[in-house]
Each structure stands twice: as structure tokens, then as C-alpha cells.
Design a protein around this ligand. Structure first.
Ligand SMILES: Nc1ncnc2c1ncn2[C@@H]1O[C@H](COP(=O)(O)OP(=O)(O)O)[C@@H](O)[C@H]1O
Ligand SMILES: [Mg+2]
Length: 245
């Protein structure tokens, strides 16, 4: 869908605009962590697993990324175990929320979710003030979103009544196809003004950047992908300022 690509590059863009930002990697695949060049994670310093399962202090786990104003709480593959361990825990939906409550010193905190709507994603939705939904401009794009909307309803009802949808990002847009345009129109029909004006194009530089451990603006600033995420960052910032001051 473009979740990880959006968290990494929107996070990096906010940081480039000098907004202190921390990314919390909640996906056992840890693509955010590696995509920001954080390799060979020392687990003794703490990872998102410790935050969730042991209730460890998140301030101690925040690592610099090498990019100014951008930090990360990394994930390692052991996070996959948390999905199972959480099932037997009291208050399992609130582990991330309660853990991150102690974190200090950031304007923005972005969480990257795994593909499934499991315990880790529920934890993220319970902890979040707002949700960004990337939608890939492909067939069946809206089917996955329908599942997500049901989950959001449940989370609002039982766990986090204040959860807002901060925005919908159209991504991997291929302007040469009618299909992409049709999907974009359909999404705008469903979500209206929640859809950001900025559309992220399909751009090979965005797919290449993670293997160099860099966000797109540090890999190829002139690429269409970089320009799109910079634009999205500005749009997101002004939307957040209008909503929250
Ligand atoms: N705008 C884009 N243009 C080209 N490739 C993209 C774009 N966005 C994401 N990708 C690639 O598509 C794949 C899935 O994207 P990713 O962000 O990892 O999705 P998710 O986190 O939702 O699984 C990755 O290989 C990524 O590099
Ligand atoms: Mg991902």
C-alpha cells in the first residue's frame, strides 16, 4: 500500500522542515528501521518489542537516524512474537499508548504498522491521535479500506474515541493509466476533503532509496518522488496547524 514508504519519507520531510519527529517501527519486518539506515540494532538499548511487552522507557530507546531532527524507535524481527504474546495480556490494546505516553521532546510521532489488522495495528490505532491512510491506485484498493474502516469504528467505540482520520494519501499513482485516475476519483468520492491534494507518483527512486538506508530527499532530491513527499509534508503540516494549532 505504501505505508512504510510514507512513514519514512513523510517523517524525513517533517524533520527537514525542522519539526522534531520520531518514527516508531511497529512492523516485525522492520523496513522503516532498515530504510533509515539503522542496521545491526542493539537490542539491549531497547526496541519497540520492549516498549510493548516489558513496558520499558521509550526515551531510552530513541536512536538518532543520521538525519537531523529525525529519530527512531527501531523494530527487530522478534517483534513478531509480540503479536502472539499480546493475546494473553490484560490491557493488551493499550500497551503502546501507555508506553509512549512517557516520551518527551517531539512534535510528531509516526508509527508504521504491519500489513495485518492484528494486535500491533490495534495498539497503534489505540495510541494514535490521528491516522494516515495510504491508498495505492490499483484494482481493489477500496476493498482493503472497507476492512480498515470497520476496525476504525470498533477502535473508536471501545478503545480510542478520539481517533481521527488525518488524511488519505493516494500513492503509486501511474498517470499513464485510466485505472489510476478512476481509483483516485473513486477515493475522492468516498473521502472528499480528507484526501490530500498531493498525489505520490509511482517512482522507481522511491523503491530504490531504502536499500541505501536513506529517505528519498537524501537519495535523489530532484526525483518526482522526493518532490511529492516534500509537497505532502507541507500540506500535512498546514492541515495539522489548522486542526491543532
Ligand atoms: N510511490 C512509489 N513508487 C514506486 N514504488 C513504491 C512507491 N511506494 C512504495 N513503493 C514500493 O512498493 C513496495 C511496497 O511499499 P511499502 O511502502 O513497503 O508498503 P507497505 O508498508 O504498505 O507494505 C516497496 O517495495 C516500496 O519500495
Ligand atoms: Mg510496511
Amino acid at each position: 500500500m505504501g505505508k512504510t514508504t510514507t512513514v519514512v519519507n513523510l517523517g524525513a520531510t517533517l524533520a527537514a522542515y525542522e519539526q522534531r519527529t520520531v518514527i516508531v517501527d511497529l512492523d516485525p519486518q522492520s523496513n522503516c528501521t532498515s530504510g533509515l539506515g539503522v542496521e545491526g540494532v542493539d537490542e539491549t538499548l531497547g526496541t519497540s518489542y520492549g516498549l510493548i511487552i516489558n513496558g520499558s522507557d521509550p526515551n531510552a530507546m530513541v536512536r538518532p537516524t543520521g538525519f537531523p531532527h529525525l529519530s527512531i524507535i527501531p523494530a527487530t524481527p522478534n517483534l513478531a512474537g509480540a503479536e502472539v504474546e499480546l493475546v494473553g495480556m490484560v490491557g493488551r490494546e493499550f500497551r503502546v499508548r501507555d508506553g509512549l505516553r512517557q516520551i518527551e521532546g517531539f512534535r510528531f510521532l509516526l508509527m508504521d504498522c504491519p500489513p495485518a489488522l492484528g494486535q500491533l495495528t490495534i495498539n497503534a490505532l489505540t495510541a494514535a491521535d490521528g491516522l494516515l491512510i495510504p491508498i495505492q491506485c490499483e484494482y481493489f484498493a477500496l476493498e482493503g479500506v472497507r476492512e480498515l474502516m470497520k476496525t476504525i469504528e470498533q477502535v473508536r467505540r471501545f478503545l480510542n474515541p478520539g481517533l481521527e482520520i488525518d488524511g488519505v494519501v493516494l500513492t503509486m499513482f501511474d498517470e499513464r493509466t485510466n485505472l489510476a485516475r478512476q481509483v483516485a476519483d473513486e477515493v475522492r468520492g468516498v473521502f472528499g476533503d480528507l484526501v490530500f491534494e498531493t498525489v505520490i507518483p509511482r517512482n522507481v527512486r522511491l523503491a530504490e532509496a531504502p536499500s541505501f538506508g536513506r529517505p528519498i530527499h537524501a537519495y535523489d532530491l530532484r526525483s518526482r518522488g522526493a518532490q511529492a513527499y516534500l509537497h505532502l509534508g507541507r500540506e500535512y503540516l498546514s492541515r495539522m496547524e489548522a486542526l491543532h494549532g
